[in-house]
Design a protein around this ligand. Structure first.
Ligand SMILES: Nc1ncnc2c1ncn2[C@@H]1O[C@H](COP(=O)(O)OP(=O)(O)OP(=O)(O)O)[C@@H](O)[C@H]1O
Ligand SMILES: CCCCCCCCCCCCC/C=C/[C@@H](O)[C@H](CO)NC(=O)CCCCC
Ligand SMILES: [Ca+2]
Length: 556
């Protein structure tokens, strides 16, 4: 293999030890020189500098800056004594901030300071690394940030100011920050007012509800500008250009957890800074020919719809509301009758029970991306032929259900680290439709508990799962518009009776759909998955931390 020329290579001091520091093949590496053994080791990266070599890809460098040298240098928040001799021989220094991988998908920003014998060399290092960083065109420079001050434990503003803003400023990212003043503030601003040309991405600080606001604003805006009618369920939607970053500060934070692997504001900020990109499927939900909402995680009728309906009355409890409402809904044990029709996804690589996991660089999602680009080249005539073929493949199930869940991603979250559908994919253009038929409380509990263990939650006689591109649900007691009005006005009257007498049966007629944590107004819906409609500043869950990757060990 042809040897790549070194961009820079120097012997520099790090924690009073001499290292061979090299910038080559888009990687910064430093390794102990033989002479270093003769020097006394004093601390190091993260406090303990092991003998060996280290490397950081330039793509994971956050920033580089010249550092003032004192006979004492501050590293990792602690003052380190630098020997007078080192300060004398290496009086110039520069600091590289880079992504350091912790356990369980957590990222941190670490600093390493190299001391140089002369100012020109120090300046050359800083300039060369800066030039390399400028070549990374996927990194955002200007972001629009929305903070929900009331999401989760109401810590959004503090989390952003203390943990995220300092990292953005270190990475020279400028921001326009809007603290929302009401629900749907972010959605409406994005839909009509925001000057989106100014930005390289949109960041939401909050939970799944805030993320939902952002995608609703961006998708609507994109369709309006492209002349696409959102009310038509048959329309192919146009993908959004701007990437979205999620700083988790909500109650469930399922979208962040399922795309990054952890709910941690610093990790998410670093994924934004390095300019990661992860496409996401989006379901459109219609009632007759009226657009209702978009969903990226869970569309749940029955159990999850009822949990949400009950928990909305307990918002003041914060995240604990889901546990109380979950228990109450489980004990109530309502079932709902209706018809589910669905179009199975036949031309894809995965199945909902194949035990594969969607991970960074997922080949199933890449295959769907390839098909998507092929599809774009299909002419209208071909689409009509495909539609006719589709008509023959719809399947229909009429039954009594405890839950109907459509998961367009795994829906992994701290409550259920493997999620509602562990093998679902973020960007394959499908959703996993999980049908839980009427069964005993004990059996339903077995199913629920399996969301938190290694056991297969689908390996039960009353549960089935299908990977689908589209589905419809019609409740047995299908509402017309006038019936819906009646239902709305009758709700207050009945809800009192039902809460006091859960066994009376009057609440069991229809449930509500939980659409990513929002309640839908209609039970009869029609859903279509749009492959890779939005993009996140994420890369999917990483399989192995890099230090376990034999190709690029941070420390050998
Ligand atoms: N300033 C505001 N005042 C009141 N509600 C707001 C405001 N800004 C946003 N919201 C709404 O608050 C709701 C909940 O927000 P968010 O998703 O951030 O937190 P959460 O519900 O605690 O978390 P999760 O959605 O992960 O369960 C969202 O539906 C959003 O529309
Ligand atoms: C008796 C033991 C039972 C244990 C069962 C644990 C099962 C947990 C599965 C959790 C699935 C979460 C799916 C995510 C849904 C989000 O779009 C939505 C908005 O944030 N959250 C909820 O609706 C909140 C839903 C919260 C449900 C509890
Ligand atoms: Ca999917």
């Amino acid at each position: 293999m042809e040897k790549q020329p070194k961009l820079l290579s120097s012997q520099l001091l790090l924690k009073n030890r001499l290292f061979e520091v090299t910038l080559q093949r888009a990687t910064l590496s430093w390794k102990d020189t033989p002479a270093a053994g003769r020097r006394r080791a004093s601390g190091g990266i993260n406090g303990t500098l092991k003998v060996g070599s280290y490397c950081v890809p330039v793509s994971e460098i956050i920033a580089v800056r010249e550092t003032e040298v004192d006979s004492r240098t501050k590293d990792d928040g602690r003052w380190q004594k630098m020997s007078q001799a080192s300060a004398g021989t290496h009086p110039f220094a520069f600091t590289v901030s880079y992504v350091d991988r912790g356990s369980r998908h957590r990222w941190r920003c670490s600093d390493v300071t190299f001391h140089c014998p002369d100012g020109a060399l120090c300046h050359q290092w800083v300039q060369t690394i800066k030039e390399q960083l400028l070549l990374l065109t996927n990194r955002p420079k200007h972001l629009l940030v929305y903070i929900n001050p009331f999401g989760g434990k109401q810590q959004g503003k503090r989390i952003y100011e203390q943990k995220v803003a300092p990292l953005f400023s270190r990475a020279s990212i400028s921001t326009d920050v809007i603290v929302t003043e009401r629900a749907n503030h972010a959605r409406d601003h994005l839909r009509t007012d925001a000057d989106l040309k100014k930005y390289d991405g949109v960041v939401c600080v909050g939970g799944d509800g805030m993320f939902s606001e952002v995608i609703h604003g961006l998708i609507s805006r994109t369709q309006r500008e492209a002349g696409v009618d959102e009310n038509c369920p048959e329309e192919k939607l146009v993908p959004c250009d701007l990437r979205i970053g999620i700083i988790p500060a909500g109650s469930t934070d399922c979208i962040c957890y399922a795309t990054v692997g952890v709910n941690d504001p610093i990790t998410s900020a670093l994924h934004i800074i390095v300019g990661d990109s992860q496409a996401l499927d989006v379901c459109s939900v219609h009632h007759n020919s009226t657009f209702l909402r978009y969903s990226v995680s869970l569309l749940g009728y029955g159990f999850y719809g009822d949990v949400l309906t009950d928990s909305e009355r307990k918002r003041w409890m914060g995240p604990a509301r889901y546990d109380i409402s979950g228990l109450k809904t489980f004990l109530t044990h309502n079932y709902y009758e209706g018809t589910v029709s669905f179009l199975p996804a036949t031309d894809i690589l995965g199945t909902p029970r194949d035990k594969t996991k969607c991970r960074a660089g997922c080949y199933v999602c890449q295959d769907s991306e390839w098909r998507l680009s092929e599809d774009k080249q299909l002419c209208k005539l071909d689409e009509d032929v495909l539609d006719q073929e589709e008509d023959g493949r719809w399947q229909v199930i009429r039954s009594k259900f405890l839950a109907i869940n459509a998961a367009s991603m795994s829906c992994a979250c701290p409550r259920s680290p493997k999620g509602l559908s562990p093998a679902a994919h973020l960007a394959d253009g499908t959703a996993d439709l999980i049908l839980v038929r009427k069964c005993s409380r004990l059996d339903f509990l077995r199913h629920l508990l399996r969301h938190t263990s290694k056991d297969d939650q689908f390996d039960l006689a009353f549960v089935e799962v299908h990977r689908v591109r589209r589905f419809r649900f019609t409740p047995k007691h299908c509402e017309s518009d006038s019936e819906l009005d009646l239902k709305e006005s009758g709700k207050k009257l009945f809800s009192h009776i039902c809460r006091d007498h859960p066994a009376c049966g009057c609440a069991t007629v229809n449930s509500n759909w939980n659409c990513d944590g929002e309640i839908l107004q209609h039970a009869a819906i029609e859903v279509r998955v749009h492959c890779q409609l939005v993009k996140l500043f994420a890369r999917g869950i990483e399989e192995l931390p890099v230090f376990e990757d034999p190709c690029c060990p941070s420390a050998i």
